[in-house]
Design a protein around this ligand. Structure first.
Ligand SMILES: Nc1nc2c(c(=O)[nH]1)N[C@@H](CN(C=O)c1ccc(C(=O)N[C@@H](CCC(=O)O)C(=O)O)cc1)CN2
Ligand code: MG
Length: 287
């Protein structure tokens, strides 16, 4: 039997249509949702992602501003730029594209973004609120994974979700969001001995390791839902995920492809968060 392919492009498009309607409603009330994207340096992948974010904003009628800064910008100058954006009325969401050059302290940068405008959901305040289940901006990639599961009719409650990877932006928050939906969650990582003994227990396996084609049929059980968060290049420089798609195809019940799975959802949820930020600003104005 072949696995069901979860189509992130299609699901993302459906969600974007709903977000576009909310943009029109906000505009009718005199507020255009605005996103500022800061890009430091010339990382080619970052340039592509940032361009896609801008294009996506335009497509749904949002305002977006790209702030391009040189690779050798000082940390102070970057923090100053963020503070300026924190004070701008036309900007509802601020995002600093990661990774940053080595001489800049990423934590300091993220902490400088006002929590009201932290549409990436990376600041300690946003993360703390997420952990407590309070209203906040959820980090876009894990948030997108939750939407993929929901739209694919995959029940999370009572399932054993195994996360491979513990990054701040994917692995850790992913486990929390699944836990909030009553999954039993296991975190695994590079120091986990006998990884397959854990991953084989997964009803839902989240692969977020950053290693091309790392997860194979040896790691999964029959009927598991496989979510591939990886974006890597293989030996032939082709885009591929953390999961060896051909190897697990037919064993998994559902699987996300790379490209076209989780990736498009990351930008979709960024749009969702930015519109939410503008809606909250409107509410504050009405108070
Ligand atoms: N400030 C942030 N930095 C980074 C984030 C983030 O969420 N916020 N995530 C990643 C990069 N990223 C967005 O920024 C991102 C990565 C991939 C995709 C995507 O759509 N991928 C496509 C394939 C694209 C390709 O051809 O290369 C797919 O999987 O279908 C969107 C966003 C790190 N930095
Ligand atoms: Mg650094």
């Amino acid at each position: 039997m072949s696995s069901i392919i979860i189509n992130g492009k299609e699901i993302g498009q459906e969600i974007r249509t709903g977000v576009a309607t909310r943009v029109q409603e906000l505009k009718a009330k005199g507020i255009t949702p605005g996103l500022a994207v800061i890009l430091v340096g010339d990382n080619p992948a970052s340039k592509t992602y940032v361009a896609n974010k801008q294009k996506s904003c335009e497509q749904i009628g949002m305002f977006s501003e790209l702030i391009k800064l040189p690779e050798d910008i000082s940390e102070q100058a970057l923090l100053e730029q963020i503070r300026e954006l924190n004070n701008r009325k036309d900007i509802h969401g601020i995002l600093v594209q990661l990774p940053l050059p080595k001489h800049i302290d990423e934590d300091k940068v993220i902490q400088t973004i006002s929590p009201e405008k932290d549409v990436d959901g990376f600041s300690p305040i946003s993360v703390g609120k997420m952990m407590l289940g309070q209203d906040t901006y959820l980090p876009c990639t894990p948030y997108g994974v939750m939407k993929l599961l929901e739209h694919s009719g995959i029940e999370v409650a009572g399932k054993h979700a195994v996360i491979v990877g513990r990054s701040h932006i994917v692995g850790k928050p992913m486990g929390q969001l699944l836990l909030q939906k009553d999954a039993t969650v296991t975190y695994t990582h590079s120091k986990t001995p006998d990884l397959p003994s854990f991953t084989k227990q997964a009803d839902i396996l989240i692969a977020a390791v950053g290693r091309a084609n790392f997860i194979t049929s040896e790691h999964i059980k029959e009927g598991a839902v496989i979510i591939d968060v990886g974006i890597n290049r293989d030996e032939e420089n082709h885009l591929c995920g953390d999961v060896n798609f051909d190897d697990v195809q037919g064993i998994a019940s559902h699987i996300t492809p790379v490209p076209g799975g989780v990736g498009p959802m990351t930008i979709t949820m960024l749009l969702e968060n930015t519109v939410q930020a503008a809606e909250k600003e409107l509410e504050r104005q009405a108070e």
